[in-house]
Design a binder for this molecule. Structure first.
Ligand SMILES: C[S@@+](CC[C@H](N)C(=O)[O-])C[C@H]1O[C@@H](n2cnc3c(N)ncnc32)[C@H](O)[C@@H]1O
Length: 377
């Protein structure tokens, strides 16, 4: 039994460690405590600087008569009485806990700290697939690769403000649309498969968020139909296109190696439709993806973003299969659109398989690329 004094629930941690056969429990707990203390120290340091800045700032009411025209987010409005204005531009609000908000931020409603956190290029998550925190995973799991709504929510909260529109034309069971519902945004979705759209609606009901307009059909056909697009968007502009396309014919190939354990040795296409991006060969896939982005561009607002999830395929003798790099190059050829950078999402809940064991290295790819493009004019 660990006896050291600690602010952690040691008994619980100890029993978890024992469950997984860890022998030196004390040493493991010591490592966890050290990590937490070092994180706390860095927060303490940051807070010291912020408290100093707050002391030197001017009360909000001395600079601004009212908040009416400032379009401040709810979280700022709620604590406006303790707000002060910091810096020469008079645009920076600072709170006693050091939290900051820039009044002329046209992109999102985030505090400075949350903005900074989001910009880390690598991050990992472990989202549960059980209970309330799974966001109706038991309904969404009819899809082979549903995106966690919590993850989509974070992306949406960075690239949009409340009530703005998110568009996902590969919506599946609605990771993006549910993320939009969780963050008081609006969304529109398209998918070829009616079954997935139905599951999205059931999941939204179960979670208790808005059910957004959806359309069943081929995204290229719909994006090409101006009348249909205008009616879907109600003549409004999109702030964020958030898509997670199928990767060339990855799903429609017969499985090999460790994938057999996960999927069986059968091909698992999203649909049997020849318009399904998951059933295209790689060249056709790149061309169709580029075409879809070209078609959606006129419906996006100036400085709106396109965010694309993509995973590389395993390299083979003929191809490096760095899909993310190929897509960046291809999409960046589109005029009035610029590649802005990427984030790498590691899904710690992904199962590991001994693919090349014991002969050669084969990576367990638990990460996906989140590619970010911006419409310039
Ligand atoms: C990787 S999944 C997206 C999963 C989604 N992010 C979620 O949270 O469930 C890709 C989806 O694209 C759909 N799809 C493939 N080709 C399409 C096309 N031409 N038009 C519309 N949807 C398509 C598939 O049916 C599949 O559900």
């Amino acid at each position: 039994m660990a006896t050291k004094k600690s602010f952690l629930d040691l008994e619980k941690i100890e029993s978890e460690l024992l469950k997984y056969g860890v022998e030196d429990v004390d040493s493991e707990i010591g490592k966890i405590e050290k990590q937490i203390k070092s994180t706390l120290n860095s927060y303490k340091e940051k807070n010291k600087i912020a408290r100093e800045q707050y002391k030197n700032a001017i009360p909000f009411s001395e600079i601004y008569d009212s908040i009416d025209k400032l379009n401040l987010p709810d979280w700022v409005q709620k604590k406006i009485n303790s707000a002060r204005i910091f810096g020469r531009s008079k645009q920076m609000i600072i709170f006693p806990d050091g939290e900051k908000y820039q009044i002329n931020n046209p992109l999102n409603n985030l505090s400075g700290g949350d903005w900074l956190n989001f910009t880390t290029s690598v991050f990992s998550t472990f989202y549960t697939t059980k209970g309330k925190d799974s966001y109706a995973h038991k309904i969404r799991k009819i899809h082979p690769s549903p995106k966690p709504p919590q993850l989509m929510r974070e992306i949406i909260e960075f690239f949009t403000k409340e009530n703005e529109i998110i568009f996902d034309y590969f919506m599946g069971v609605g990771g993006s649309l549910l993320g939009a519902g969780l963050s008081k945004r609006k969304a529109i979705g398209i998918d070829l498969n009616e079954k997935f759209i139905k599951a999205y609606k059931n999941a939204a009901k179960e979670i208790g968020v808005d059910i957004f307009p959806t359309k069943c059909g081929d995204c290229l056909e719909i994006l090409n139909n101006e009348k249909e697009m205008k009616s879907l968007l109600n003549n409004k502009k999109i702030s964020l296109v958030l898509i997670d396309p199928p990767y060339a014919n990855m799903m429609s190939k017969e499985k090999t190696g460790g994938d057999i354990v996960v999927y069986g040795n059968k091909a698992t296409p999203f649909t049997n439709d020849e318009r399904d991006f998951g059933n295209l060969n790689q060249t056709a896939f790149f061309d169709s993806l580029k075409q879809s982005v070209k078609l959606v561009l006129p419906y996006i607002k100036k400085h709106g973003y396109i965010v694309i999830f993509i995973k590389d395929l395993q390299p083979n003798k003929k191809e490096l299969n760095l899909l993310h790099a190929d897509i960046i190059k291809k999409i960046n050829e589109i005029p009035n659109l610029n590649y802005k950078g990427l984030r790498i999402w590691a899904d710690r809940s992904a199962k590991l398989f001994p693919y090349g064991y014991p002969f050669s290295f084969v990576a367990n790819q638990i990460h996906q690329y989140i590619l970010v493009f911006r419409k310039e004019k």
